[in-house]
Design a protein around this ligand. Structure first.
Ligand code: NDP
Length: 345
């Protein structure tokens, strides 16, 4: 069952639950099931964390699903983020009892992740939980919400300010989109939320969206080099045709934070015109390799700029055994808001 070259911390321990993805070498097929493992099975790392919550992100859907997606080694425990309490640490920065959160660093892809009651990771990958966030709230935010915050910070670093028109959020009913909508609205921005699910309109308005844009309005490739200037900024989780259209509608000097590719890996129908005639900026947002200082700053801003009642409205609770089905759902764009996995339930 072991993943790594051997544990840094030797410890006798009880069995605990983990969602383990295994690969049949002959057929190449992968399967995911809740199994019992021990601390000695965990990969190398300086900090042993008693995991409390994890989440379901798009990448997790790929890793749980058939074919294994982004998984680099088998058997594997997916879960690209988690929050919990430090149980043991050989690194001075962390002590038993500290509350920590982890996103990124290929955890859940190359290193066993958060879909287990314990995880062992490098100290460099962790961030202490800021005041104002408990472990459940931290995972209601999770990688998707952390990325939404990074996007808002990047837009502000490039001049986004309130009072200059609506900020567009694409894939708004999804994880990144929901949190981006709530943060932007809380900061006083007018938010236009794009969704392909009209039934989520009330949910998005409750998060603070002042305008709902139907996905179809942005789903057609046009040959126009530019369209009317509509958006003061954009958090885009979708790419594909939608990003191609949105770029042509951005206001002069504004920026798009490009986060994801739920609608396609290319930017379709885009032309160079928005960049050279309107000075539009396309900002790539990567949550995986963020330096410690950036991660700390983003988590502190999440604690201050994301209203907890809005976060509560996004939560869909789940357990480890729900994960295979939820993984399939997120790949089909069917998950609303944020799935919070209580690994001890
Ligand atoms: P979700 O599945 O929760 O949300 C994606 C949303 O996109 C859906 O809810 C849906 O919103 C919309 N959507 C789905 N399919 C399509 C389609 N074919 N055309 C147009 N819209 C579509 O995923 P997340 O929010 O967690 O992640 C979104 C993207 O961001 C993913 O590609 C993910 O990999 C990426 N990501 C990137 C990160 C980074 O570091 N750069 C970090 C985290 C995520 P609606 O129903 O409202 O239309």
């Amino acid at each position: 069952m072991k993943q790594g070259a051997g544990p840094a911390i030797e410890k006798e321990s009880d069995m605990f639950n983990a969602l383990v993805v295994e690969k049949d070498e002959e057929s190449g097929k992968t399967s995911a099931a809740v199994k019992q493992i021990t601390v000695d099975d965990l990969p190398h790392g300086e900090v042993l964390v008693a995991v409390e919550y994890s989440t379901v992100n798009y990448k997790d859907g790929l890793c749980i699903g058939p074919g294994g997606g982004l998984v680099r080694n088998y058997p594997h425990v997916p879960g690209i983020d988690f929050a919990g309490t430090v149980e043991e640490s050989s690194d001075d920065r962390y002590s038993p009892g500290d509350k920590v959160v982890l996103t990124g660093w290929r955890v859940g892809e190359a290193h066993w992740g958060g879909y287990a009651q314990k995880a062992r990771v490098l100290a460099d990958w962790l961030v202490p939980l800021p005041d104002g966030l408990d472990t459940r709230a931290a995972m209601a935010v999770g990688t998707a919400g952390f990325t939404a915050m990074l996007s808002v910070m990047a837009l502000e670093d490039h001049g986004l300010a309130t009072g200059h028109g609506p900020v567009l959020v694409t894939g708004a009913a999804g994880g990144v989109g929901s949190v981006a909508t709530a943060i932007l609205a809380h900061l006083g921005y007018e938010v236009a939320a794009v969704t392909g699910r009209p039934e989520t309109a009330d949910y998005l308005k409750d998060l603070g969206a002042s305008q709902i844009v139907a996905r179809e309005e942005l789903s057609e490739v046009t040959r126009k080099p530019l369209e009317s200037e509509l958006w003061a900024g954009c958090v885009d989780a979708v790419a594909g045709v939608m990003l191609g259209r949105v770029l042509k509608q951005m206001k002069y000097g504004s920026s798009v934070a490009a986060v994801g590719l739920a609608g396609g890996a290319a930017i379709e129908g885009a032309l160079i015109t928005p960049f050279i005639l309107r000075g539009v900026n396309l900002l790539g947002i990567d949550s995986v390799m963020q330096p410690y200082e950036n991660r700390l700053r983003a988590w502190e801003r999440i604690a201050s700029d994301l209203p907890m009642d809005k976060l509560e409205a996004m939560i869909q609770p789940a357990t480890l055994s729900d994960l295979p089905e939820l993984g399939r759902g997120i790949l089909k764009g069917q998950v609303k808001g944020r799935v919070v996995v209580d690994v001890n339930a």
